[in-house]
Ligand binder design. Sequence first.
Ligand SMILES: C[S@@+](CC[C@H](N)C(=O)[O-])C[C@H]1O[C@@H](n2cnc3c(N)ncnc32)[C@H](O)[C@@H]1O
Length: 235
Amino acid sequence: MKIPISKRLLCCAAMVPEGARVADIGCDHGYLGIWLLTEGKASYVAASDLREKPLEKARANSRLYGVADRMDCFVADGLAAVDPASVDTIVCAGMGGDNIAGILQAAPWTRDPAYTLILQPQTSGNDLRRWLGENGYAIEAEDLVQDGGFLYFTLTARYGGGRPLTPGEQYLSPRLQQSGSALLPAYFDRVLRGLQRAVDGIALSQKKEERARLPYYEQALREVREMRRQYDNGT
Ligand SMILES: C[S@@+](CC[C@H](N)C(=O)[O-])C[C@H]1O[C@@H](n2cnc3c(N)ncnc32)[C@H](O)[C@@H]1O
């Protein structure tokens, strides 16, 4: 029976190291963990979700696909129920970037290069990249995937060697620029459109706290425009 896993989640799966012991946080239906186990890519999965209903689905699916003996399911906030010794890879997909940063912040044991983090934020990707850099996590790779008309990025990160990213790098990291993805032009277009909208909107705002953010967005826009120029020139 074919597992109905999305193209977007397959992009996360592609980044999971062979034989990994995976924590899938915000697992919902559990398809990512089940796919990794049935494909032999993971040897163990700790699947966790904040809500009971999705967890019931994940448990039932793990039995349906015959992997329940290698998949533990927890109702928990973030990594709270995961034994750090039981996993070496952490996946957080389909949540906001700020939520993912909060989950990592609440689990200081992830500040260890032994853990591979695979993160796929639905929103606020710039905030997540900023948080990772400021907290010493290095982004090792990024890739893009188009699914259902939307463009998603997925990154792998690891504690150690990270540095604060510039505003432009928070929107389009060096690793993503180096990815060689055929979807980069579309991603550039989306980021540039979003930043231009933010700059135009804030420039019209009367609110002092919003206007204080203007230099950040202007700087990000300048940087991403320059990245695009270099990308188009092949430099
Ligand atoms: C949109 S679904 C994504 C499911 C799957 N990871 C994917 O990418 O298709 C987000 C899931 O994350 C769960 N979630 C949100 N915040 C969470 C948290 N702090 N800890 C654990 N699960 C969380 C929600 O209950 C929901 O099931």
